[in-house]
Design a protein around this ligand. Sequence first.
Ligand SMILES: C[S@@+](CC[C@H](N)C(=O)[O-])C[C@H]1O[C@@H](n2cnc3c(N)ncnc32)[C@H](O)[C@@H]1O
Length: 265
Amino acid sequence: MSEPGFPAQEIDTERPHPARIYDYLLGGKDNYAVDRDAGDALADVAPEVRPGVRANRAFLRRAVRYAVGGGIRQILDIGTGLPTSPNVHETARETAPDVRVAYVDNDPIVNVHANALLNRSGGTRVVLGDLRDPQAVVHHPDVREVVDFDEPVALLLVAVLHFLTEEEQPGRIVATLRDALPPGSVLVLSHATDDFADRSAAQAVYGNATATLNLRPRSAIERYFDGFELVEPGLVQVPFWRPDSSPPQGSGEIGFYGGVAYRRA
Ligand SMILES: C[S@@+](CC[C@H](N)C(=O)[O-])C[C@H]1O[C@@H](n2cnc3c(N)ncnc32)[C@H](O)[C@@H]1O
């Protein structure tokens, strides 16, 4: 399941993939013409998308530092994306070199690249797994090798839930994952929204992609944190979550909410 060298013929280069579109928008090189076309089309209809993905990635780093700074030593990152330096374990280990990370993504190309790059370091595992089967993720033997669910865990669901439709019951999926986390655990979550602009044209770009884009309002995203306590400043647009420098101009238009919450004892 998580072996390197996933058969190349199973990698679809005909349709845009969320991971590769995101990689292109971040300035990465692990993408194909279909992904670049989709990325350019997105930027045409939603000009804030490039600063938006950068701000999302910066939120991820700040949230990881926050969680590790609070004592968390194990991270389950679902919807990892293509390797983007600094990766989660690199960011985490700036604070604590013993942090262990399980990376999970359902895209075979992410699996190939992540295995090549991230599995080299001890204390990380790369798993081909699907968020839509949360029990399989939590019980996956490779995840269990680095994550002990009796100790606090940081669960990262960063820019992934908007690839699930309502029919796939993202609320139930997140609840299953939350229930697997012991007290002291942290949920780090970001999600695309159309609260700040009509983004139906951006959604249409994903019409031919391997996953649809399901934008949600703040009230729906906040429910993913049920039973957990959001830390200050709560669920906000990602550039405004504990910024370490002045949020760039145009941050108010960025269509990603982000938040971090604790499971109290
Ligand atoms: C936009 S990228 C986000 C990457 C990273 N979390 C970040 O925020 O920088 C979304 C990732 O979620 C993955 N993904 C989408 N649906 C998924 C699913 N059902 N299960 C696991 N991963 C999924 C995609 O393959 C992609 O790599």
